[in-house]
Design a protein around this ligand. Structure first.
Ligand SMILES: *[C@@H]1O[C@H](CO)[C@@H](O)[C@H](O)[C@H]1NC(C)=O
Ligand SMILES: *[C@@H]1O[C@H](CO)[C@@H](O)[C@H](O)[C@H]1NC(C)=O
Ligand SMILES: *[C@@H]1O[C@H](CO)[C@@H](O)[C@H](O)[C@H]1NC(C)=O
Ligand SMILES: *[C@@H]1O[C@H](CO)[C@@H](O)[C@H](O)[C@H]1NC(C)=O
Ligand SMILES: *[C@@H]1O[C@H](CO)[C@@H](O)[C@H](O)[C@H]1NC(C)=O
Ligand SMILES: *[C@@H]1O[C@H](CO)[C@@H](O)[C@H](O)[C@H]1NC(C)=O
Length: 628
């Protein structure tokens, strides 16, 4: 068995450089880069710094992967030029052709001074990764990004030559000297018999977006082109998209949308309203308020809306914040899934349909494209469906400003609800448990309906998209905040902002879903925000109940104190306020907490006798959390 991988012939194609400079993007150069340089003396022996993003590790099978180094390239002056291309053929020299995981690795080094540059990787127009480079230092940096791309399985194992495209718009001159030296490698992990990963299982309908599609169509720009394959959205009326035709035997469709925001909208969530900018003669500053929504339309009708995650790129706000730990999502920007199965009834006619994107309140510039994941009925040439109901409530948005000079308070509220219901009929057998059923319906990622689909030959698909509520406040003209905002997630904020959003479609908290191993739209955000003396509300309460023992052993107080950080920051999780020593008396070790000395154990365990005096935990003697 040849386990050694024989590298496939690499074909590096560099399309002749074009000189068309894209003016609007050159503005990026003006962005201040206070921290991008370090003094160069005595630094020659310093090893490069390794940068990283904190992420959930990829669950890998125990098999040896086949390694496919597909591209090496030095990204010097690549800005406004065509993407770098490499020929892709699935590895034919792996001992197995059944893979349970495929992982893409981007690894790069850079030295000198450079901005954080956005980049994308596409395979035959389908975007695999949207990311941002780390800002280098004079002594050099290295970093790598690993992404589970098993979701694109059907594309990755397609037995034909495809084209891998990488666009990283870098500018090099005397000041900005950093060239990015990049290696892209693919790892194919052969399936392991017992490897049971729900993400890869097409049988688990409840896992919804996790199962692999049979066909993935790119909704991105066609070659030949300069820049990335993404569409550029420059303002709130700009609409970009593509005409597509889908096979007539699709039984499920999910649109995966990639989004990144730059220049005037890099920090859109901190943009003040226009009346404030106007009144203060600040019209050169980006405005339009702090609300943005990516709207997706099919043949002109709104089918989905995305409230994007506020990724802070590695040069964002203050570059020193991201050395060496980069912001959440910066090395692997989230993509957003919109289930569009209910609309298949309108798309299965074999005709061309138009998918388009726009961004509410957009300022220059948003990079958006999408992958259309399609599941095909292998047994039928045709599936049939009908859209039964489609209700789009107009975006509800209200702004209020109250300011005097540069000081003020702004409140933006927004809500949105899109719901659709449809039915779809197909013959494909997807669920083992119903192998004997003649006809099946398998549509909805929602559990209740998934049950229905097992027995009945026709069934209804109901999908309620998000109905969100966002409250956003900012104070005193300072918009220096980083916070997380996501559809379906609770909320998160920082000193100057408070954001909350709720979704009627997903009542369970993100952390609970993650703990249950259910698919989640992103990892829960949970900073170590425990109640404590840093909080004024806590200090006030401590004045009223000066005994620490009382505070940490009285149920009502525990609940109240535990919820203080949640009320202030709304993280996805809460740390219960409890002293680590609280259980001791329950098994025979009484103690006191003295104001200055802290905990005092009267009878420490210093002999075997003491040990014998201990008894099994007496729950009666233990504080009862949660009881009234
Ligand atoms: C891929 O296609 C080639 C020729 O088209 C064929 O010889 C080869 O066996 C195919 N490989 C697989 C794994 O199907
Ligand atoms: C918005 O952007 C598009 C595309 O660049 C442009 O054609 C249009 O004039 C712009 N509209 C406004 C109001 O600036
Ligand atoms: C803004 O500019 C106008 C005209 O230049 C001037 O009259 C006004 O006082 C300025 N306002 C502020 C707040 O600077
Ligand atoms: C949505 O927002 C609009 C405008 O602010 C408001 O009138 C409406 O009551 C809101 N609807 C909900 C359900 O919150
Ligand atoms: C705005 O706030 C600053 C300090 O926070 C204060 O010095 C200034 O007087 C305030 N301006 C107005 C117009 O209230
Ligand atoms: C905003 O600025 C005003 C004026 O300086 C100050 O009185 C107020 O406390 C500030 N508010 C907040 C929330 O910082």
């Amino acid at each position: 068995m040849a386990s050694a991988f024989r590298p496939l012939l690499l074909f590096l194609l560099l399309i002749p450089l074009s000189v068309t400079a894209n003016l609007h993007k050159s503005k990026t150069l003006l962005k201040s880069s206070l921290f991008s340089s370090t003094t160069t003396s005595h630094l020659n022996d310093t090893p490069p710094t390794t940068y990283f993003e904190v992420t959930k590790p990829i669950r890998l099978p125990k098999t040896q992967p086949c390694v496919y180094p597909i591209l090496h390239h030095d990204f010097g002056y690549t800005y406004g030029k065509p993407p770098v291309l490499a020929k892709y053929i699935p590895p034919s020299h792996c001992p197995s052709h059944d893979f349970s995981k495929i992982v893409l690795e981007w690894s790069a080094t850079c030295k000198g001074r450079q901005f954080d540059r956005i980049f994308g990787i596409w395979l035959d127009g389908v975007e695999l990764l949207r990311s941002c480079t780390a800002e280098p230092r004079a002594t050099g940096i290295v970093w790598s990004v690993k992404k589970d791309i098993t979701r694109y399985y059907s594309l990755l194992v397609k037995n034909q030559t495809q084209s891998l495209a990488v666009y990283l718009g870098n500018l090099v001159d005397r000041t900005y000297t950093g060239v990015y030296h990049v290696d892209i490698t693919l790892y194919y992990y052969p399936a392991e018999k017992k490897f049971n990963d729900f993400e890869g299982s097409s049988e688990n309908l409840a896992s919804g977006y996790g199962s692999r599609a049979d066909l993935i169509l790119p909704i991105s720009r066609n070659f030949p082109l300069n820049d990335g394959l993404w569409f550029e959205i420059e303002n709130s009326t700009d609409t970009e998209g593509k005409e597509i035709k889908i096979p007539q035997n699709v039984f499920r469709a999910v649109l995966e949308v990639y989004v990144s925001f730059h220049e005037s909208d890099e920090f859109w969530y901190g943009n003040p309203p226009n009346d404030y900018l106007l009144a203060n003669n600040l019209t050169d500053k980006p405005g339009n308020g702090p609300f943005r929504e990516v709207v997706v339309t099919l043949d002109g009708n709104v089918i989905g809306a995305i409230w994007p995650f506020t990724v802070v790129y590695t040069g964002g706000i203050n570059p020193l914040l991201w050395r060496p730990i980069s912001g959440i999502g910066s090395f692997d920007l989230p993509s957003y899934d919109i289930e569009i199965t209910p609309f298949l009834g309108n798309m299965l006619d074999g005709k061309t349909h138009t998918l388009q994107f726009r961004v509410t309140n957009a300022l220059n510039v948003w990079y958006i494209d999408a992958n259309l994941h399609l599941w095909l009925d292998g047994k039928n040439t045709y599936t049939e469906g009908k859209l039964l109901q489609h209700q789009v409530m107009p975006l509800g948005i209200s702004y209020s400003s109250d300011f005097k000079g540069l000081n003020g308070t702004f409140l933006t509220k927004a809500n949105r609800s899109i719901s659709s219901t449809g039915w779809l009929e197909s013959n494909r057998r997807l669920l083992k448990s119903s192998e004997h059923a003649e006809r099946e319906l398998h549509l909805s990622p929602s559990k209740s309906l998934h049950k229905m689909s097992l027995s009945s030959p026709t069934s209804f698909l109901r999908l309620k998209s998000r109905s969100l509520n966002l409250h956003l406040y900012s104070n005193n003209g300072s918009f220096n905040g980083a916070f997380v905002l996501f559809p379906k997630r609770a909320s998160f904020n920082c000193k100057k902002f408070s954001v909350s959003c709720s979704s009627s479609s997903s009542p369970d908290p993100l952390l609970v879903k993650a703990a249950r191993g259910e698919p989640i739209i992103q990892p829960p955000a949970w900073m170590m925000h425990q109640a404590g003396r840093y909080m004024a509300v806590y200090r006030k309460l401590a004045e009223k109940y000066p005994s620490f023992g009382e505070r940490s052993e009285t149920t009502d107080l525990i609940v109240k104190i535990s919820l203080q950080p949640w009320e202030a920051f709304s993280p996805d999780g809460v740390i219960i306020f409890l002293d680590i020593l609280t259980p001791l008396p329950a098994f025979g070790v009484p103690f006191d907490i003295e104001q200055v000395r802290g905990p005092v154990i009267q009878k420490p365990i210093i002999s075997e006798e003491c040990l014998k005096a201990l008894h099994p935990i007496d729950l009666e003697n233990f504080i009862s959390l949660g009881s009234p």
